[in-house]
Write a protein that binds this ligand. Structure first.
Ligand code: GLV
Length: 311
């Protein structure tokens, strides 16, 4: 069996997989071209096209992240090979920390206090009950579900939205286009944890942002394509003319790194982080990849992604 790894920390992956599969040849993508031929499995994050194009007998591709958008757009991706992806693998917990931080930032008026500090203003803000602060979670995959549960346990009413109907204890679930409009009209903070697909492109556009109540906030730790950044900037307004949206915490952008001159950097009510909300914890991810390869080899069923749906 031959496994090729392509990711930043490829050496650690190579070591762990070689230990788990002592009879296998485990290479990184920096191996010479002739050694990279005829791999059985690719375990990859942002693989170069040539690595996919040169393979002839793959049994499976393991995406070393939750989002398969990059992989599905890579030229040379063999369409008939089953693709699996990391599911949660420790990312849910990290994502939930990030989102809870963001929800509390707006809920406890930390944005107001940051602005007040600039003016040396000592002015406590009212605290409403958490029951008055419904949070919408768009995307109820493994990570979205985890985040929704943590927000519910923290005491916030949670409304969830997904493409197809879902049922989650403690979460009011909506689906479809009408369901999205209904959810947006009720939430103080909306969180986007959807995959980047043709169907989710600019899912928060000007029309949908306008459905949020006055003063709502936006948290996007999912993918930059989910939000129309120009529409968000317009909805945020300026300091002298605040808009409909109170503020945003953004981890992902239409272009990454966010260009130096992008107006989002300068906006006083936008918090920017550099796509760090949920870095995959290595040990959880490695365990999941080992389990996938064992299942493929044993002929057991694995949950593959649906390339048409894009997740
Ligand atoms: C990170 O962005 C991932 O998709 O895992």
């Amino acid at each position: 069996m031959k496994i090729i790894v392509h990711i930043d920390e490829a050496d650690q992956w190579q070591e762990a997989l070689a230990e788990a599969f002592p009879d296998a040849q485990v290479l990184t993508s920096s191996a010479p071209a002739e050694e990279r031929q005829n791999a059985d499995y690719l375990a990859v994050w942002k693989a170069p096209a040539h690595l996919l194009e040169e393979q002839t007998r793959l049994k499976g591709i393991i995406n070393l992240g939750a989002g398969v958008d990059h992989l599905l757009r890579t030229p040379g991706l063999p369409r008939q090979v089953p693709i699996v992806k990391l599911r949660d693998a420790g990312m849910g917990e990290l994502m939930a920390d990030y989102v809870l931080y963001g929800v509390l930032h707006f809920y406890r008026s930390m944005d107001c206090y940051a602005a007040q500090q600039q003016r040396a203003t000592w002015q406590p803000q009212d605290v409403v009950a958490k029951s008055q602060w419904p949070v919408g979670v768009l995307g109820l995959g493994a990570i979205g579900r985890y985040v929704a549960n943590v927000l519910h346990q923290a005491g916030f009413p949670v409304l969830g939205w997904s493409r197809s109907p879902k049922q989650i204890t403690g979460v009011r679930c909506y689906h479809g286009d009408d369901g999205l409009g209904e959810l947006l009209g009720q939430v103080q903070t909306v969180v986007t944890i959807l995959p980047d697909t043709a169907a989710t492109q600019h899912i928060l556009d000007a029309r949908r942002l306008a459905k949020l109540p006055e003063g709502a906030s936006v948290i996007n730790p999912g993918r930059g394509s989910l939000i129309d950044e120009q529409a968000l900037l317009e909805a945020l307004g300026s300091d002298s003319q605040p808009g409909h949206i109170r503020g945003a915490l953004l981890d992902v952008f239409e272009e990454e790194p966010l260009p130096d001159n992008h107006p989002l950097w300068q906006h006083p009510r936008v918090l920017i982080t550099p796509h760090m909300a949920a870095p995959t914890p290595l040990s959880d991810a490695i365990d999941q990849v080992i389990a996938y390869i064992k299942a493929f080899e044993a002929g057991d069923s694995v949950t593959t992604i649906d390339p048409e749906a894009g997740y």
